[in-house]
Design a protein around this ligand. Sequence first.
Ligand SMILES: [Fe+2]
Length: 394
Amino acid sequence: MFRDDERTRVIEEVGGLARLGSLAAELASEAGGERVMLVSDPGVAAAGHADRAAEVMRAAGLEVALHVDVAENPSSDDVAKAAAAAQAFGPVLYVAVGGGSAIDTAKGANFVEVCGGRMEDYRGHDTATAPLRPLIAVPTTAGTGSEVQSFALVGDGETGAKMACGDPSAAPRVALLDPELTMTMPRRVTAMTGLDTLAHAVESAVARPRDPSTDGRSRVYGGAAFGLVSAGLPCVLEAPEDVDARARMMRASALAGLAIEHAMLGVAHSMANPLTRHHGVPHGLAVGVTLPHVVRFNAADDSVEGDMIRRTYAELASAAGLAGEGDRGLAEALAGRCAELLALADLGTTLGALGVTSADLPALALEANEQWTARFNPRGVDAAAFEALLGAAL
Ligand SMILES: [Fe+2]
């Protein structure tokens, strides 16, 4: 069990879903009611996790409404549907059981139900016009980190572009990490969410801080998450029933999520959005394929910031037991390890293998350069740099 000094109480426990009833009852009673809006997705519901969650909460005396109409990359329309269901029911507490899509939909519904309007009204941070209702996040994947974040990532209803909508009160009050819930993930999902966690750890460790007063935390959280993924991802791919390895991946996801909360991300994520939108490359795979090239690009920075970037990469590599000569050698070892983990995922290691051609690169580069994450990358980028990066990953 660990707790960041901010908002979310993180509980790690094998079989911990059984505690959801008492945790929810406590927060509902604090909020002065007993109605809980449970948000999940069809796949997680089919695996039985949503019904289990509803059962343990009903056994604790709560009234539960279940909303499972959640899309894989939720848009503001999906959020509007969940918010309408919540408005009709009148919850005092939200519970999300699922991957990032379910958690982000619950956060979005919380914004719209409490503050009115549409998701588009809450872009940015500190945008809630009233304190949101408490939320318990119960992740069933180990990847997004949304379980500890104050942001919801939701697609703009018209353009499809990802909007980050955040508020301190949107962060889950409790993140309940039960590794048993991740055992039902297909191998492909385990691999892609694992690569996403890897990219979160490595990108946030060097990203420009959102708030200079918390500079340094992202390096600590990101570094810890990288070590857990470097050791844990091969284990969960080889032995999906290994509950200890599953627990390490869940912890990595939450730690990397906290790192993002302090420092955002970088250009692997900037390139991922257009790759997903225009070429259907799943998010985790898109960041996984470009990440080794991003590490090499950042490590080659010759400006004064380059030394710091290489130092941080070297720290990550050393802490995970990788070997290399000097900071440059260790940074290369880090890039190499990212490439090894991508190869182990066995889902393709180049953009070419995923259907992207050289003719696609200029448009992808332009769109990547417009993503908000690009501004947090430690080395400055422009469209030409993006085209070179995409070309290296081709
Ligand atoms: Fe990501």
